[in-house]
Design a protein around this ligand. Structure first.
Ligand SMILES: [Cu+2]
Length: 381
């Protein structure tokens, strides 16, 4: 005995729909810490306050339109024994004016708070209490620069590379004080990225050769997850960052630490390995001396919980693999630059491999040397 096709189909469809719904609803949990409907700061709150009422307007209109369509389709469906076409009508002036004016009015009403919010959010905060931060997006990591500013506590004695002489540079993790407006200037070193911390503010494009601004502020202490929100290459999903909001005194202590000299002496074996042997210093600094650099500032790396665009936890295993062969841990690098030698015309950017595709002038890295470097980095608190 064979079953009708439609019954077989419905037997497959039902579990599929249930499974789909489970996956969909699973994504709705509040715990992902990237929920723009759970705002933790004034900018995100303003967006939420605009979104929710407009969502309800849209739901009402949606239900009315879809409801009317379904009713019409049932009521005026072709019934058996009826001639082909229903009665044809042409033009109904009152109806047509009505369905033009009503949506126009609804849109006009919705536009008022929308435009007001856009203007409100575009306004850059001013005054001595505003913290100014520079965020630089590169494929695929973020650098944060806290320039010398009145809020930055000046060290009493000049310390090499500290905030008294240069900007405070860090990557992947941006610390901000709670309840302070942070004016983030955004630049890209390469392609278009987008800066988004859903619980704190809306998205803002990060462009090459143009500076955009976004204001973030956290009402409470916490860690807020951010991500690049503009597709920027195969490793786009690994271009994450986190904003860590701390009470003012804690933040000042963090700033003093992060802008201070390295925790351990940067001399002897570690200096030799990172400058001459492997030339890490072509792209990185280890001693907080701020010249503009191609790669992240590695001073105090051990204070961070993640590295490489927030993709990997700072631990021995991950760093050992990274320091020797970083491209194998970056999705887009894997397609081009892991091959030795790289295909003609391919420009390898980012962190090079020191075991597979060693940069000219550098040695092929030994495990012992990698361990020395990683041990140093992990202690760099
Ligand atoms: Cu990006």
């Amino acid at each position: 005995m064979t079953q009708p096709k439609s019954r077989i189909a419905s037997r497959i469809t039902a579990p599929l729909v249930v499974a789909g719904l489970a996956v969909l609803l699973g994504a709705c949990g509040n715990s992902n810490r990237q929920n723009s409907l759970d705002p933790k700061g004034p900018a995100a709150e303003k967006i939420d306050n605009l979104f929710i009422p407009i969502l309800f307007v849209a739901i009402v209109i949606g239900v009315l339109v879809i409801g009317a369509t379904v009713v019409m389709a049932i009521k005026f469906r072709q019934r058996g024994g009826q001639p082909g076409n229903p009665k044809q009508i042409h033009g109904h002036t009152a109806l047509e004016i009505g369905w033009t004016i009503v949506p126009a009015l609804i849109l006009a009403v919705v536009a008022v708070p929308t435009v007001a919010t856009i203007w409100d959010l575009a306004e850059r905060p001013t005054g001595p209490d505003v913290l100014k931060v520079q965020a630089d997006g590169s494929q695929w990591w973020w650098q944060f620069e806290l320039p010398n500013q009145p809020m930055v506590p000046q060290a009493s004695a000049p310390v090499k590379g500290n905030s008294a002489t240069g900007p405070v540079l860090t990557s992947t993790e941006l610390h901000i004080p709670v309840g302070v407006k942070v004016d983030v200037a955004l630049n890209s070193e390469d392609v278009i990225h987008s800066f988004w911390v859903p619980e704190l503010a809306g998205k803002k494009d990060v462009m090459p050769a143009r500076t955009n601004h976004v204001t973030i502020e956290a009402s409470k202490p916490g860690t807020f997850l951010g991500a690049c929100a503009e597709y920027c290459g195969l490793s786009h999903a690994d271009m994450r960052f986190r904003v860590i909001a701390q009470p003012m005194n804690e933040w000042k202590a963090w700033l003093a630490d992060i802008s201070g000299p390295p925790a351990q002496p940067y001399t002897g074996a570690i200096q030799e390995l990172t400058t001459n042997t492997y030339q890490c210093t072509n792209c990185h600094v280890f001693d907080n001396v701020h010249t503009i650099n191609y790669g992240p500032n590695l001073t105090h790396l051990g204070t961070r919980s993640t590295f490489a665009g927030g993709t990997y936890e700072v631990n021995r295993k991950n760093l050992m693999r990274w320091v020797q062969d970083a491209p194998s841990m970056i999705a887009m690098q894997s397609t081009k630059c892991r091959i030795q030698p790289p295909p003609p015309g391919v420009i390898c950017t980012g962190m090079p491999s020191f075991t597979k595709n060693t940069p000219p002038g550098a040695k092929v890295m030994t495990t012992e040397d990698a361990a020395t470097i990683v041990d140093y980095l992990l202690k760099e608190k």
